[in-house]
Design a protein around this ligand. Sequence first.
Ligand code: FE2
Length: 490
Amino acid sequence: MITWGISAASHNAALSVFEDGELLFASESERFSKIKNDADLHPSLIEYAHVIGGKPDLICWYEKPWLKSVRQFFAGQGFINNNIKEYLKKYDIDAPIKTYKHHYTHASAGYFTSQFDNACVIVIDAIGEFETLTIWHAEGNKLTRLYGLSYPESLGLFYSAMTQRCGLKANEEEYILMGMSAFGDPKVLYKDINKDFIIFPHPESYNPVLFKENLHRGCNWWRPDLTSEIDMFNIAAATQKIYSQAFRRILEFARQMCSSDNLVLAGGCALNCVANPIAYDYFDNVWIMPAPGDNGSAIGAVLAHEKKHLENFNPYLGVSIKGKTTNHEIVDYLIKNKICGLARGPAEFGPRALGNRSLIADPRDPTIKDRVNEIKNRESFRPFAPAILEEHANDYFVMPSSKSPYMQFVVQCRNPNLFPAIVHVDGTSRVQTVGKNDNPEFRKLLEIWYAKTGCPMLLNTSLNIKGQPMVNNIVDSFEWSKTYGLPVFN
Ligand SMILES: [Fe+2]
């Protein structure tokens, strides 16, 4: 039985292929269309899914289209007919369709990819059909919803509105706002933003956080006097501070409702890796799947249907490139030249390059940050991440847990001066730990690098041509190499 999970027609479309409950493939549409966060399915993605498992017998869709239409009508967007049968017909997909609620597919994506047999699950995003924040108790194969906050109250919409207020793209560039936050002074605008937008109810009341404005259409009207670059950094810093404060409230609230010591975080806001470490103040174990946003719900929709944990889940689920260069050859090149591309094995599912579609470099070299920024042609304030052998992570970073395999936690670097390429202005890094079972080839490469240099980490950033999504196939890999005049090792 072939089941496809689909999340599409909103933003960052994705598709997963399952055979008899086993996850065979998952990828975002953007990797095929080359349009970042492509909202729609792409014919080449469908074709690839057919090659993997033939025609689907069942489609699991990541939200309830009619309920979304009701919300869109309620939000003043008029009647939008979210007819997914017609939508899928355009791609010649005519299998039976099952739909599951947006936050349920987020929660399922999180919980059923975890190793936990019980957990508290918190889903925070911009909007599902109506829901924007839900808290669940998961036990065995059952998810029970304990709490829900609905549109227009939304912490995700608040963060997106502030992203837009800083001249960035809402629903896409929230991660840039997060990076900017380290450059601003949160005190400058905290009181103003808090007063104009946020309600923190009494800790014993029924909601952890509420909002004074419906931020669905942004807040570009707010404080037109703030226009300079430093103003934007200060907005980012205050926004991040308020987000973290609200997140702490939500964690306290969830802890009171749910007795489990395990936490699953899901929804697009689970990508807020600056705030995520706070979760360890309340829970012993924290799991965030590598694609907690709507793309991950392409997997979550099928898991919501199957109601079963995935065994040995890993994020290497996409188009595969056959490796041919040895790790010794790659390390020897890196020692001499400091920087190269790496595109081998199945592509990562989710926003982070985790060693299979990566630009890697020597994190100790003070010139590397500028060189990588030049290649990526991106804002100089944005940090790069390190990938480190798991057993060394705590020697170099203040880790809240021994594992952080998907770069989801920003932590303090213990010796920022020694690793100028991977440390942000505030001395932090978004660490990827690479354990023995995480990605065997990448792990071997790091082990050889460590043996030859004494440094257990490499800079690891996504391999993409400026403005495009990550490299997907071997043709993209050649194209990248040609564009930047650097080798990409397969
Ligand atoms: Fe969502």
